[in-house]
Ligand binder design. Structure first.
Ligand code: ADP
Ligand code: MG
Length: 254
């Protein structure tokens, strides 16, 4: 096979010795990480440990100072240099944030059709078809003509998921997608994410929902002070943590 990027053994995400600073604060320290196609990786760690920065680097929302990041064959190099790669990565990587970040002035439906039309260049009919299918899938069909402010937090987050999926991403990033939700709405968002995981989507998820992580993650990564200090299956990390930092963190959250 000529096109090694399509080789199923090639990781979708590769980080090699990535270092990032905010001023003098060293927030990513020699991060090495490979994520395989279809793998679901949950990142856990205390507040301020660098979880958001790590996933934001993967889609070029943050610059880094040394090392390399390759996403689906597209390379990002230090200091925000990625050029064409950066643009490609942004179309191939979907992201769902803690604050849903929907466009407030657009209807739910228009939130989902916008990027397929503007970025993928699909015609309106095709974009509408995709949006209808995705809104149905996340259970929002009857709210399609409303504006974001008219929806509950759980509904808004499911729209945000549909909007990201409308780009047909190769990889989905989630940064505490349920942390801003009232408890009764957390389940509906986790259900939609679980379904996506079961369909084989490659996912990097920052979450404090340990039950969900245990059930859905292929691998759990524990981050402390900008370093990956421990990783393994949910059973390994949650039931038999080796590192004292992991043990201390888990004793606070479990
Ligand atoms: P987490 O998501 O694990 O809570 P973050 O990745 O948000 O951690 O932050 C890691 C560290 O970097 C924290 O000390 C945070 O205060 C700092 N930090 C994050 N964003 C910025 C920024 N834009 N400028 C300066 N420091 C930042
Ligand atoms: Mg964070």
């Amino acid at each position: 096979m000529n096109d090694s990027q399509q080789d199923s053994t090639t990781p979708i995400v590769t980080l090699e010795k990535v270092n990032k600073y905010f001023g003098s604060l060293h927030v990513m320290q020699d991060i090495d990480l490979e994520i395989a196609a279809g793998e679901v990786v949950v990142i856990v760690g205390a507040s301020g440990s660098g979880k958001s920065t790590l996933i934001r680097c993967v889609n070029g929302l943050e610059e880094f100072q040394s090392g390399r990041i390759v996403v689906d064959g597209n390379e990002l190099t230090p200091h925000g240099k990625g050029g064409k790669s950066l643009q490609t990565i942004r179309t191939e990587v979907g992201m769902v944030f803690q604050q849903f970040n929907l466009f407030p002035h657009l209807s739910v439906h228009a939130n989902v059709t916008l990027a397929p039309e503007k970025v993928r260049g699909l015609n309106n009919a095709r974009a509408r078809e995709i949006a209808d299918r995705l809104l149905e899938r996340v259970g929002i069909t009857d709210q399609a003509d409303k504006y974001p402010s008219q929806l509950s937090g759980g509904q808004q987050q499911r729209v945000a998921l549909a909007r990201a999926l409308a780009m047909e991403p190769r990889l989905m990033l989630f940064d505490e997608p349920t942390s801003a939700l009232d408890p009764e709405m957390i389940g509906e968002v986790l259900d939609a994410m679980r379904e996506l995981a079961n369909e084989g989507m490659t996912m990097m998820i920052v979450t404090h929902e340990m039950g969900f992580a245990r059930e859905v993650a292929d691998r759990v990564i524990f981050v402390h002070d900008g370093r990956i200090v421990e990783q393994g299956s949910p059973q390994e990390v949650f039931d038999r943590p080796q590192h004292e930092r992991t043990q201390a963190f888990l004793s606070r959250v479990l």
